[in-house]
Ligand binder design. Sequence first.
Ligand code: PLP
Length: 405
Amino acid sequence: MQPVNKSAKLNNVCYDIRGPVLARAKQMEEEGHKIIKLNIGNLAAFGFDSPEEIQQDMIRNLPSAAGYVDSKGIFSARKAVMHYTQQKHIKGVTIEDIYIGNGVSELIVMAMNALLDSGDEVLLPAPDYPLWTAAVSLSGGTPRHYLCDEGAGWLPDLDDIRAKITPQTRAIVIINPNNPTGAVYPDEVLKEIIEIARQNDLIIYADEVYDKVLYDGVTHTSIAALSEDVLTITFNGLSKNYRSCGYRSGWMIVSGEKKHARDYIDGLDMLASMRLCANVPGQWGIQTALGGYQSIDDLVAPGGRMCRQRDVAHELITAIPGVSCVKPRATLYMFPRLDPKMYPISDDQDFIAELLVAEKVLLVQGTGFNWPHPDHFRLVFLPHEDDLREAIGRIARFLEGYRKR
Ligand code: PLP
């Protein structure tokens, strides 16, 4: 029989967050090992339940959610998103500019598929949330990574962005607040990025799925609020701010000057129609979430569970010799650095796999986020404080052994 191979389209597609090390962890669990998972930002799995009122609204609407609906989403959800854009000071958005999807993930793939032809380039942050890079490759485009500067709190390196622009560059992606670094970008940086986009005729794609998961009184500005001319697509959803990853409910907002983008928008409409519509029960949660629920504020406020866990994780991880880490100002993640002089790692996936086997702690290697050097890892600080203390204690023990090699 002929071998059945995956398509060539997938040759450059990589998504290591659920990669081979996770498969190894599952196998170990089947063998009876208990693994502490610091690998995925799945809030409900760690007792961060979705808000009761969102659940109740979905349950109440379930009987009327059995049919297909408008491909771009139900009216109440899109209207609620429209009000949200007003709160975020994004100008000129109408119901027609809003698309509801099966999570932000689906919309990212759709947005890239509608845009890219072979040879088109997209600027993406390094490190990034790797779905973005994977979606660019899958759509036939070429990812070009611009560096974020660890020494400057992981802000985008604007000179590196400028240096990576070519005549083929179509768009720039920013992830703000950032996964995996926890950085939040100040308005000055956002304005510079807008200026670069304006001068080079780039579309801005802004992934803002953590825009309420903010610590230390930090505020978030949507980049779309800072320009009325640059075509900007903003992504957000219920997964993180409303602890509802499993409901698969997200949205995408087209703002800025659209006259010249009619054809692209037709492409988006076509892709939305081809999958008929997004999961309808998930859409019913949007109005409730955006309309009244006070989001995640109590959890991220000083003394709140997430804030405490961030503080504990950061304190313990940076107490390990040779480990440094910019303290996250947002999100569920931190991206610690291992001093290469003390930890001369050549393959960080192997390193993470070794840690898993030795200590039953699961992390994701930094190169999985398209970071170019094998000297970082991402840590999710969602487990309860006791589990975090236990896990980081085990990481410390593993690293001590590593230093003695
Ligand atoms: N964007 C970022 C930066 C993320 O971290 C994630 C999930 O972890 C997503 C998008 C996907 O979100 P959704 O659950 O809405 O598909």
